[in-house]
Design a binder for this molecule. Structure first.
Ligand SMILES: Cc1ncc(COP(=O)(O)O)c(C=O)c1O
Length: 398
């Protein structure tokens, strides 16, 4: 339960952002108070900051099964994926001007791919099944000799679906392509090993794994060709120049260390709570549609449609639950989740979707309360709708 100005609210929006873990905040505070050195300064105060940055690099590398020298700190998931995509494109040989991606990517990948497309690159968007899973055979068929980069989510932010990047990476390498994984939603929720996956690049977003917003990292396999798109004083091996966000970096390191020590325990408990939530909603909401492939997904994510009720309307009637819909609002018009549309879900069903994403502090009591609040909101919305339809029919027959 979260308090603050908004009052008591069950927070089920951990895929949007997580709270900063107390241990992370504690680790950061000295670097916001007294340890203010610039890591590039050659005196004890600067060297203290440098040691903190390098310690955090080791912690991030340990969570990913990487070497510390393969970790580049950035401002977050978006910057990491931009660096991976533009940085690889800038070094690709002239005969390789194609990118393979999926049809359900986050805008952090969609937009760089669109920009390259506008500059003459070809982009192949591999479809997903109705269950939200990647069509692997279409992906491997697309791996032709002109592919420079294969860039895909490890875990989809709305459905929580896991994409089979390990299988794909092997085949992509055989075709001579570089492989980038957007790990923003996966890191800290499921075990991720860059060795097991066999990827060359992997994006990390701090605020999805209990570190603050505005800090992230890119794993860059030793020897992977990558050009910076920012130029400056040469920090982060020249790949991401600019004075380091020392406190943020320390926070990301602490968050990764924490995830390493408790991820297995947390994800088992979170999976049980997700099951409880789904069970309660299925019992209370006739025709509830589950868009999350439960057997191949993040354990914390449940993307469900409440039939006949808009997701935005449902959440407006349940202010005690903080969650997201997949839809976006453009010029006053609601557009359904692009992910659900790519999965072949009908627009009306997609507009009734709500994403419920649990966190490590979500309790069983909160799950029970959230299910009650959502069910009550659903029934209220349905009743109001049928009352207004009845009165409309009455007016028409008069
Ligand atoms: C899958 C995925 N990739 C990238 C990002 C962007 O990360 P950031 O917010 O740190 O820029 C997000 C954030 O929602 C995400 O869910």
């Amino acid at each position: 339960m979260t308090g603050g100005d908004a009052g008591e609210i069950v927070y089920l929006d951990h895929n949007a952002t997580t709270p900063v873990a107390p241990e992370v905040l504690e680790a950061m505070l000295p670097y916001l108070r007294t340890a203010y050195g610039n890591p590039s300064s050659d005196h004890p105060i600067g060297r203290h900051a440098r040691a903190a940055v390098e310690g955090a690099r080791e912690q991030v590398a340990a969570l990913l099964g990487a070497s510390p020298d393969e970790i580049i700190f950035t401002s977050g998931g978006t910057e990491s994926s931009n660096l991976a995509i533009f940085g690889t494109a800038a070094t690709a040989p002239p005969g390789r001007r194609r990118i393979i991606t999926s049809s359900v990517e986050h805008p952090a990948t969609v937009s760089p791919c669109e920009r390259l497309e506008a500059n003459g690159w070809a982009v192949t968007r591999v479809p997903v099944t109705r269950a939200g899973l990647l069509e692997l055979t279409s992906a491997t068929a697309a791996l032709t000799q002109d592919v420079a980069l294969c860039t895909m989510l490890l875990a989809q932010n709305e459905t929580g679906a896991l994409l089979p990047l390990d299988d794909l990476a092997r085949e992509a390498h055989e075709a001579g392509a570089i492989v980038h994984a957007d790990g923003a939603q996966a890191i800290g929720k499921i075990p991720v090993s860059v060795e097991d996956l066999g990827v060359d690049l992997l994006s990390v977003a701090g605020h999805k794994c209990y570190a603050p917003k505005g800090i992230g990292a890119l794993y860059v396999r030793r020897g992977a060709p990558l050009a910076p798109f920012l130029v400056g004083a040469g920090q982060e091996r020249g790949l991401r120049p600019g004075t380091e966000n020392v406190a943020g970096i320390v926070g990301l390191g602490a968050a990764c260390e924490l995830a390493r020590s408790r991820l297995a325990r947390d994800s088992a408990r979170i999976g049980v709570h997700r099951h409880e939530l789904l069970t309660a909603l299925l019992a209370a909401v006739p025709g509830l549609v589950c868009h999350t492939p439960l057997d191949a997904s993040l354990p914390n994510t449940l993307f469900v449609s409440f039939p006949g009720v808009r997701g935005t309307d449902l959440l407006a009637r349940a202010p005690g639950v903080a969650a997201s819909t997949g839809s976006a609002c453009h010029s006053g018009e609601e557009t359904p989740s692009a992910t659900l549309i790519a999965m072949g879900v009908a627009p009306e069903v997609a507009l009734s979707a709500v994403r419920l994403s649990l966190g490590r502090d979500t309790t069983g009591d909160e799950i029970a309360l959230a299910a009650d609040l959502l069910a009550a909101a659903y029934h209220q919305a349905r009743e109001e709708r049928s009352a207004s339809e009845k009165s409309k029919r009455g007016e028409e027959s008069r």
